[in-house]
Design a protein around this ligand. Structure first.
Ligand code: HMH
Length: 222
C-alpha cells in the first residue's frame, strides 16, 4: 500500500477550503453556462496582471530549485517547462483580450489582485525556503487546473466561446505537469524540518485564501 504523502494529508485536512477555491461560484457559473460575460472579462484582465507578477515568482522557484536541491530528480526542468508555458500564456492573454475587446493597457489591479501579487513578491525572498515556495507554486497551478477541468466534464454546459480558456488549464498535459509539481513538493516535504513543514502548510492556506478572493473579485463580490 502506498504511503500517504504530506500533500494528501493536507488536502484531506483542508478539503473545505480547497473545494472553496476549486468549486467557486465563478467557476460554477462557467460550468453551468450562466456566467456573466462582464465577470469573465474582469477575470481576464486581472489574471493577465497576475500572470505578469507570477513570472518573477516562478523564476525565483527555478533559482531555488537549482541552488537548493541536488536536482537528481529534474526539478529544474519541470519548473522551466512552467516558465515556458507562461510565455505562451502571456501571448494567449493578449490575443484573448483583443477578441473580447478588453484593453489590457488600461487595467488597474484590484485590491485582491494587488494583495495576491504582494504575497507572491514576499515569496521571492531568498529567506523563503525552496520547499515553501514550491508548495505555493504547486497549489497555484493546481487550483486552476482543477477549477477549469471541472468546466470541461461531460455534463458541463460551458459556453463554447469559453471552452478554449478552460482547455488552457484544464487539459490533461497541464494536469500531468501539476502532478510533477506535486511529486517535487512531496519529495521535498519528506526530508523537510518540522519548522519548514509548518511554514509550507501555512503558505498553502494563504494561497487557497488568495485564490478564493481572486475569484470573488472577478465575480464582483468585493
Ligand atoms: C489567480 N491563479 C491565478 N491565476 C493563474 N493564472 C493561475 C493561478 C495559474 O497559473
Amino acid at each position: 500500500q502506498a504511503k500517504i504523502t504530506v500533500t494528501e494529508t493536507w488536502l484531506r485536512k483542508h478539503r473545505h477550503l480547497y473545494d472553496g477555491a476549486t468549486r467557486h461560484p465563478f467557476i460554477r457559473s462557467i460550468r453551468d453556462g450562466n456566467i456573466d460575460i462582464s465577470a469573465f472579462k474582469t477575470w481576464l484582465g486581472q489574471d493577465y496582471i497576475f500572470v505578469r507578477a507570477f513570472v518573477p515568482f516562478v523564476a525565483s522557484v527555478l533559482t531555488k530549485a537549482y541552488k537548493g536541491s541536488d536536482d537528481a530528480n529534474g526539478d529544474v526542468e519541470v519548473i522551466l517547462g512552467g516558465v515556458a508555458a507562461l510565455h505562451d500564456e502571456i501571448s494567449w492573454f493578449k490575443k484573448e483580450a483583443f477578441k473580447w475587446g478588453v484593453q489590457l493597457s488600461s487595467i488597474v489591479p484590484q485590491k485582491a489582485n494587488q494583495e495576491y501579487c504582494r504575497f507572491l513578491e514576499s515569496l521571492i525572498s531568498p529567506e523563503v525556503e525552496y520547499t515553501v515556495a514550491a508548495v505555493a507554486f504547486w497549489a497555484i497551478e493546481t487550483i486552476y487546473q482543477e477549477s477549469f477541468a471541472h468546466c470541461l466534464e461531460d455534463d458541463s454546459k460551458t459556453p463554447p466561446e469559453l471552452k478554449e480558456t478552460c482547455q488552457r488549464w484544464g487539459n490533461e498535459s497541464f494536469g500531468e505537469y501539476c502532478n510533477s509539481l506535486r511529486n517535487i513538493v512531496d519529495r521535498q516535504l519528506e526530508k523537510a524540518s518540522d519548522d519548514v513543514i509548518t511554514k509550507a502548510e501555512a503558505t498553502l492556506l494563504r494561497v487557497l485564501e488568495h485564490e478564493v478572493d481572486f475569484w470573488n473579485m472577478s465575480h464582483g463580490r468585493t
